[in-house]
Structure formats: C-alpha cells, structure tokens
Design a protein around this ligand. Structure first.
Ligand code: MYR
Length: 183
C-alpha cells in the first residue's frame, strides 16, 4: 500500500472511531437524562455490557476475516490479537503488560480512554460505569472462539487515573464444556 493510501485508510479509520465514540457518548448522555441517579444509569450500563457482548460475537468474525487470523495457541497470541483489534476498531494501540505468573492473566494499558476522548465526568458521576461496553465486546469476541475470559477495568483515565488498564483473565476453553461427542 502506498504511503498516501495508508494515510487515507488511517484517516477513514479515525473518522469511524470518532463517530462511534460520539454516538456512544450521546447514548450515555441520554441515559443520564432519563435516569436521574448513578445507580440507575449503571444498571442500564450493565445492559450495555450485554450489548457489547453481542457486538463482540459479530465483531470477531469481521476481525478474523480482515486479518486472515488462525487459531491462538496461548494467551500471548490472544493478547496480540486483542491489541490489533483495538488499533483496528478503536484507533488506539494498547500495550500488553502485567502478565500473571501462570500467563493466564494480563493487562491492556492505554494512555487515554478511547471511548471517552470527548468526555469529562462531573464529580457526581464519578462512579459511572461509562465504558462498560468494552469488557462486554472482548468477552463476546473471545467466547465466539471458545475462550472464556473475565474482563474488568483496574484503572480508567476517565476517572482521573494516569492510564486506562483493562484486566483480562483466562477462565477456560469452552470446547471442554461440550458434551462428549459434540466437539
Ligand atoms: C482464535 O483463537 O481462534 C483467534 C482469536 C482471535 C481473537 C480476536 C479477539 C478480538 C477482540 C476484539 C476486541 C475489540 C475491542 C474493541
């Protein structure tokens, strides 16, 4: 790809990431208008985790097709793929760090919050689970390739932390859970 074409692809990618970020932001803003306390809005954002899960189920197919990816053999490969997916869909390049001794748990570190580039949370909304959709997307995407994980925020730039840290923990291979004869 020529340098100019690569620039155009990057610019297009940035526009769709921005559009997604802004659309998501206005959706959360509407929830805040409709439900007047953080607890209620968080209940809705818990549902957003479920929406993220559904997005992940579909997104992984797109990701695998666009990157021509094969199966991951360990969590290190999975981490690399999630890292590329963040670049592709959210326009950010997280680093992979803080592996557990058993290599079954790692963090994605991002020096911003890609979903909240244009957002400032007022003090009374500091407990808002604003970015709940992202862990849902990751869990859904990985479940689609038979990897069950837990995903949660350890730090969030939006909440005043120095970085955004998402923790991803391998739980089990889902094919193990299939009844005998169905694998
Ligand atoms: C496999 O083992 O079969 C392939 C694993 C592919 C993992 C792809 C992960 C995509 C995660 C999407 C996260 C997007 C967040 C915006």
């Amino acid at each position: 790809m020529s340098r100019q074409n690569a620039k155009n692809v990057d610019a297009k990618n940035k526009v769709s990431c921005d559009l997604f970020t802004l659309t998501y932001g206005s959706l959360v803003a509407q929830l805040i208008k409709d439900f007047d306390n953080t607890e209620e809005v968080n209940k809705q954002l818990d549902r957003m985790y479920g929406q993220g899960y559904n997005i992940g189920l579909r997104l992984v197919e797109d990701f695998l097709a666009k990157t021509n990816s094969g199966r991951c053999h360990d969590m290190k490969e999975t981490a690399d793929k999630i890292q590329s997916a963040f670049k592709m869909y959210l326009g950010v390049n997280p680093s992979v760090a803080n592996w557990s001794a058993a290599n079954d748990e790692f963090s994605l570190l991002i020096d911003s919050n890609p979903l909240a580039e244009y957002v400032e949370l007022p003090d009374h909304l500091s407990q808002l689970k604003y970015s709940n959709v992202i862990p849902g997307v990751i869990r859904g995407a990985l479940e689609m390739v038979q990897i069950e994980v837990q995903v949660w925020f350890v730090q969030d730039f939006l909440k005043g932390d120095a970085t955004t840290e998402l923790r991803i923990k391998f739980i089990r291979k889902l094919e193990d859970a299939l009844p005998a004869g169905e694998d």
